[in-house]
Design a protein around this ligand. Sequence first.
Ligand SMILES: [Zn+2]
Length: 286
Amino acid sequence: MKKRKIKKSPIILLILPIIIAITIFFIFNKDPKETPKTDQTIKQETDPIIQKLKTEKYYIESNLDRYLAYSKNNPDLTNEKIIMDVNSNLDKTKYEDIEKTNIKDDNLMLVNKYYYLTEDYEPSDLVTLTSKYNSGVNSKMRKEAADHFMEMSDAATLDNITIKNASGYRSYAYQVNLYDKYAQRDGKKAADTYSARPGFSEHQTGLVSDINQIDNSFENTDAFKWLQKNAYKYGFILRFPKDKEDITGYQYEPWHYRYVGTKVAKQMHDENLTLEEYYAYYIQNK
Ligand SMILES: [Zn+2]
């Protein structure tokens, strides 16, 4: 009895790995031929709707199912619009389908109604703008953004244009008060169209400046015209343009500028992209 037991064990030890190896071999060899993935690939190669979507400049492969679902629900939209809307998460629910902002994206971090900063996020390199460059209560910006802002303001001064920060970095707590004030006055629904909920305000990044006057008449000033022509050269973009309100989720704000760095600002300017559109294609899709 004792002898037999000792004899059996090594045989099992030998056979078991062989059985496992054969099983793994079959799993890996069988699967690709029979899973629906191959059917999907064939469908993708022949479906004219998919082929047309794929020719769009900002097409992202991993978004394909979302493009198809979105175009089904919005049959009148062009392919270009379908791509941009889905890339900007318009098929998701604002303030509900949310995720944490990737702060490692640094100057390019995206904060909007789908991406939020936590209550404790405060940039470590905030600097305070002097009265030469600032006119408001929230006079802080992150160092690199502030340096470029001052450079931009100095350049404008040479053209007899005054550019001052009216509102820069705003803490989470500050936004709590601001949003509550608006929501009480106009109701949450109305407040959501022009004010960010706490954590969802780009001002918390320290990369933003509301310039000169925070109202729509700013559009008629020489300062605005100067910024239209020159802001991108200093790394700033008009964050909520008039014709892209659905993409950004915000009403047009001629005064709100966002620092993204000079290289990216130029590219966004040249390709007429919002940060939502740029981020999806060039950052997330990398
Ligand atoms: Zn603003």
